[in-house]
Structure formats: C-alpha cells, structure tokens
Design a protein around this ligand. Structure first.
Ligand SMILES: C[S@@+](CC[C@H](N)C(=O)[O-])C[C@H]1O[C@@H](n2cnc3c(N)ncnc32)[C@H](O)[C@@H]1O
Length: 271
C-alpha cells in the first residue's frame, strides 16, 4: 500500500535520532511509562508481552525491566528494529526481541501467542484498518490474555492543535473522515521534525475502536478518557503526572488521551 510505504520511509528518517534520545533517557532513568499506563497495566511480572509499533524499543525495554518474562517489539521500519536491538544491547537487556512487520499483515507472517498486547502513545492513526488491527490483536493473545492501549483521543485529534493554547476549538480533521491526513513532516517529539516525505494518518472514531475489538471477540474491561496528553502539542505544561502534558484551562473541558483494556471474550461473560 503506497501510504504505508511512504510512512515507512518517513519514520526511517528519525530512527537514529530517536535511538540517541532514548539511550540518553534510559541511561539517566528519565524514560518511564506515563502515570496512567503504570497504574492501569497492572503487574506484568512473568508475562509474555508483544509491543506493537514499538519504534526504537524504548518502552519495550521499560516493560522488560519491569519483570516481564519476555517482550517482543514489532515495528514497520527496519531502521527502528536495527536501533531497537542496538538499544537493548547497549543497555544489556536480554529479555527482549524485535522484528519488522506491518501490523496490517502481521497475522500472515507471525503466529506467536502472548499474555499481553501492549500499544501506546501515537499508534492507531498510523493504521488504515482497525478491523484488521483488532483481529490481529486477538490472534496474538492466549485465551486468557488482554490488550492494553494508551493513545491520543479521537476528539482531540479532530481539533486544530495550533489553536488550542488560545482555547480556541476548531475542527480541522473531520471526526468521521475516511481519507487520511497527509503531512510532509514527521517526528518532533523525540527528535527534530524531518520534512520531505509524506506521512499518512487516519482518523478513527471511538466507535471504530470499540466496535473493531468487540467484532474480533474482545471484551472491553475499561475505557478511560483523560484531559492530559503524552506529548506537548504547543504551549502545554508538564502535568504533575509522569510523562504527560496539560493545558492549565483544561482540567475538565475535553479529552486529549484515552486508555483501554480488553480481554479475550468468553461466552460466560454477561455484559
Ligand atoms: C509514535 S510511534 C510510537 C512510539 C511508541 N510510543 C513507542 O512505544 O515508542 C509510531 C510507530 O508506529 C510505527 N508504524 C507506523 N505504521 C505502522 C504499521 N503499519 N505497522 C507497524 N508499525 C507502524 C512507526 O514506525 C512508529 O515507530
């Protein structure tokens, strides 16, 4: 798919910069899962985790260091996989493995089963089809396994983020839009932004997320919405919560991020 090929090239432009940023952060102890993830993911000790869209593996390594038995990182971009392996080797982390795959075709090339599918912070919009994603997630799980997601909230993603610091709410990206937004820049959160390759980003509604999972045989354990986000979209302040940013005016106005946990559905579950 031409859009995914273009995204692959775009993300490859910042792999090396991400590696340097994350190596420094991990060495200094400044790279942590955000507060909501830490509280909601629960005890992962002894678990086999697959981390989808793992980038250069920084969060994969954090999960591995929190007692998981093994963590497998998957990403579209070969350069990300190269640097993820290098990051793990530099830090002496051995209970991680990484491989390259498009999530849209992962089920065709991989049949491993895990206790947890983990995916977070800038993920779903890079995928054109959440029904394929949800079926893939189900296929990756043991029957008693679960999925954990933390990502930007679709309502926030529909707004013009350049105006939010002035508390102006303007829909820029149609909430129900089906065609991807095309940007000519990538990165900016752990590297300088790079320009010149098209990056395609799809809008998925809350109902797209929930319904794709329930159609794939997953049971929603919780869905939470938060006024903080995991990156600074312009003039935000660091939140008191680790790894999050917030506008001072937005204690209760609109959601910027969400989390969800979904387990494999069993017919004895009632609601
Ligand atoms: C914002 S980053 C996610 C970073 C993440 N928070 C982490 O754990 O480091 C998005 C990632 O999605 C990956 N990606 C984009 N499209 C993908 C696809 N179709 N299949 C697999 N990975 C994809 C990109 O290569 C990039 O590493």
């Amino acid at each position: 798919m031409k859009e995914i090929d273009s995204n692959k090239e775009a993300w490859s432009k910042i792999s090396e910069d991400h590696y340097h940023t994350f190596l420094a952060e991990l060495k200094s102890g400044n790279h942590q899962l955000n507060d909501y993830i830490q509280k909601e993911l629960g005890d992962i000790s002894g678990k086999s985790i697959i981390h989808l869209q793992c980038n250069t593996g920084a969060d994969t390594i954090v999960l591995a260091n929190q007692g998981a038995k093994c963590v497998t990182g998957v990403d579209l971009v070969p350069e990300n996989i190269f640097y993820a392996r290098k990051l793990a080797s530099d830090l002496g982390v051995t209970n991680v493995t990484f491989f390259e795959s498009d999530i849209m075709t992962l089920s065709q090339v991989y049949s491993g089963k895990h206790d947890v599918v983990f995916t977070s912070e800038g993920v779903l919009g890079w995928l054109p089809d959440l029904n394929i994603w949800a079926k893939t997630v189900r296929n990756l799980l043991h029957d008693d396994g679960f999925l954990y997601v933390f990502d930007s909230h679709p309502f926030f993603l529909s707004l013009d983020e350049s105006k939010l610091s002035g508390e102006i709410y303007e829909i820029k990206y149609p909430y129900f839009g089906k065609t991807p937004d095309i940007d000519d820049s990538i990165g900016g959160y752990a590297s300088e932004a790079k320009h010149g390759v098209k990056a395609y980003f799809w809008m998925h509604t809350i109902s797209d997320i929930i319904n794709s999972l329930s159609s794939a045989g997953m049971y929603i354990e919780f869905f939470h919405e938060y006024p903080e986000n995991f990156y600074n979209s312009g003039n935000m302040l660091p939140s008191a919560k680790t790894g999050l940013f917030q506008y001072p005016y937005n204690a209760d106005k609109y959601p910027m991020s969400f989390s969800l946990k979904a387990s494999v559905y069993h017919s004895n579950q009632t609601n």
